[in-house]
Ligand binder design. Structure first.
Ligand SMILES: [Zn+2]
Length: 359
């Protein structure tokens, strides 16, 4: 079941061993960075406990599970920034319902770090003594992101950043993109397989990356008067990415439970998407100046944006190494403020203004 889990030999071994037990434990916490494959692994594990043959991967039940449309596998995502106590009550009230078409029912909690104290308390008893056919799979960025009372009731399975070489060979097998692009996507993804995959598969995302790279390149060449224009350009790219999608995604939406579909909900999602895009934009902008420092220091082998090597070599001046480093610092500082409720436009204006000053 876990042979094709990319770059996670430890998690794959643990989960395979868990499934070989007479009965797997009833609560697991999959902990690791974004894009490491936790959700994919959770769907496969859920498939295996529901499958009459312990996860053949081929039967109707397994196929539905892996596509995310199995009626006995329920995914709970935060409504806004938190998983609410009502969502947990919904789990508790449905705990004794028997599986509708398989031998188990699985609750996947997409972001267990979003369980507030009240919701977590409400979940404790269910987590501790569920009926024998119930399994909980909690996902989180790291075990410490989850309240200790919850984490201590789960078996922890650790996921790591996917090594760039593994990402590259995965992209090679799956997509027709040039070797340079493949190398660049693997490196800039920072171990996030999902991001590297999205850069290959999603032309709009790849286009936005090009916009951010172009902004970074032009900013280096321009003076202070460019800051406002660049900030506005970045802001519109970020807002565009956060616009609610027109089409409904059946695979992820129809089984997200306990969520009210409302205008407010759509708003929250758009806000979350913008925040995610801002984080991506900042990480890409920082990668540009990091690459400038690499070239300026004569270490061009460590360039992340391999597909921009010529432009980087053309622009980077050894005498300005320190300026590029300070630019990375400015962007990192903005990134740290992401957790607070910042005004997107103001934050970008301030950052670009500072960037033109240090460059
Ligand atoms: Zn099966």
């Amino acid at each position: 079941m876990f042979d094709d889990l990319i770059g996670q030999p430890h998690a794959a071994r643990m989960l395979t061993a868990a499934l070989r037990r007479e009965r797997p434990r009833h609560a697991y916490l999959f902990a690791g960075p974004a894009g490491a494959g936790k959700k994919t692994a959770a769907l496969k594990f859920a498939a295996a406990v529901c499958c009459p043959e312990n996860g053949c991967g081929a039967c109707a039940s397994c196929k539905k599970a892996i596509r995310g449309v199995h009626p006995d596998i329920l995914t709970l995502e935060p409504a806004g920034s938190l998983i609410t106590i009502d969502q947990v009550r919904w789990i508790n009230s449905s705990l004794n319902l028997h599986p509708s078409e398989s031998r188990a029912r699985v609750f996947i909690i997409g972001d267990a770090g979003a369980l507030g104290a009240a919701a977590a308390n409400a979940l404790l008893k269910s987590l501790e003594e569920p009926p024998p056919f119930i399994f909980f799979l909690l996902l989180a960025s790291r075990p410490q992101a989850v309240l200790p009372t919850i984490a201590s009731r789960c078996q922890i399975v650790r996921f790591q950043q996917v090594p760039p070489a593994d990402i590259e060979s995965y992209l090679f097998d799956k997509f027709h993109v040039s070797a340079t692009k493949r190398e660049a996507f693997a490196r800039i993804s920072g171990g996030n397989l999902k991001l590297a995959e999205a850069l290959c598969a999603n032309a709009e995302l790849a286009g936005r990356r090009e916009s951010y790279m172009s902004i970074a390149a032009r900013l280096g060449r321009g003076g202070c008067e460019k800051a406002a224009a660049m900030a506005a350009e970045a802001e519109s790219a970020i807002l565009e990415a956060g616009a609610p999608p027109a089409k409904h995604d059946e695979a992820t939406d129809s089984f997200e439970v306990g969520q009210k579909r409302s205008q407010q909900d759509a708003h929250r999602r758009a806000g979350a998407a913008q925040k995610q895009e801002l984080a991506l934009a900042l990480s890409l902008l920082a990668s540009w100046y990091r690459d400038m420092t690499a070239v300026a220091a004569g270490a061009k082998d460590s360039i992340l944006n391999k597909d921009y090597e010529l432009e980087l070599e053309d622009q980077a001046l050894p005498s300005r190494l320190d300026n590029y480093l300070r630019a990375v610092g400015v962007i990192e500082n903005t990134r740290k403020k992401l957790g607070y409720n910042i005004d997107l436009g103001l934050a970008l204006q301030a950052m670009f203004h500072e960037l033109t000053e240090v460059l």
